[in-house]
Design a protein around this ligand. Structure first.
Ligand SMILES: O=C[C@H](O)[C@H](O)[C@H](O)COP(=O)(O)O
Length: 237
């Protein structure tokens, strides 16, 4: 089964199980979420669902509009029933790396407003421990003026290597939907990190806006597997 097909079956299953009428939901970002929005649009037509959709990025907003879904925001819907989103890696404790597409800040805000964060992904995102599968590191969104001191500070405190993420179709750095830069922290894979502590310490650094570490946030993950099955994993409360 192709990776896209694996993403699709995970996304469809999650939308089927978690979306009900008269609810407000968060719409994540990335390539897997596209399949979730497609399924949602399909269900809207078939079942005439009333669902307010809060986007986590410019991409998510466009997807909602293009599929004729009801666009909302956190002003109108500060409490969400569920947020459905992708991930770059999910470990055994349901700690996530997110932000491969640079949307971590709004994703974390929207997820924090949702009763449940449901992750949809293909089988390559399922890891025993962070770093087993995803080699690009942990994205850290930072205020542009502070990227060099933050980079040096993180290297000194936690080791590894940090790279300023560069834009693809323009010369210069990648600028997030919020006007910030992203440092991709390739942490030292041989070290054992306590991710809740690391996340807290990173967030204490002036200029760090948000991290792509999602700790104690995800309720359930759906992985589309190579054999066409969907494997689920839940966080212990
Ligand atoms: O910033 C992007 C998001 O965190 C995505 O949800 C994450 O990178 C996973 O994306 P994809 O579904 O394309 O693997």
């Amino acid at each position: 089964m192709s990776l896209n097909e694996a993403k699709r079956i995970a996304a469809h299953r999650a939308v089927n199980e978690w979306v009900q009428t008269d609810t407000a939901i968060g719409i994540g970002s990335g390539s897997t979420v596209v399949f979730a929005v497609e399924r949602l649009a399909e269900r809207m037509k078939l079942e005439n669902l009333n669902v307010a959709c809060v986007p986590t990025s410019f991409q998510a907003r466009q997807l909602i509009i293009e599929h004729g879904l009801q666009l909302s925001d956190l002003d109108r819907n500060p409490q969400l029933d569920v947020a459905i989103d992708g991930a770059d890696e999910v470990d055994n404790d349901m700690v996530l790396i997110k932000g491969g597409g640079g949307c971590l800040l709004q994703e974390k805000i929207v997820a924090s407003c949702a009763k449940n964060l449901v992750i949809i992904a293909d089988y390559t995102k399922n890891s025993k421990k962070l770093g087993d599968q995803y080699k690009k590191g942990i994205p850290i969104e930072v205020a542009p003026m502070a990227y060099v001191p933050i980079k040096q500070h993180i290297q000194k405190c936690f080791g590894g290597n940090l790279k300023l993420r560069m834009a693809v179709a323009k010369a210069g750095p990648c600028v997030t939907d919020n006007g910030n830069f992203i440092l991709d922290w390739e942490f030292a894979n041989e070290k054992i990190y306590n991710w809740p502590d690391v996340n807290r310490d990173l967030l204490m650094m002036p200029g760090v806006v948000e991290t792509g570490l999602f700790v104690n946030m995800a309720t359930k993950a759906y992985f589309g597997m190579a054999d066409g099955q969907v494997r689920t994993q839940e966080r212990n409360a």
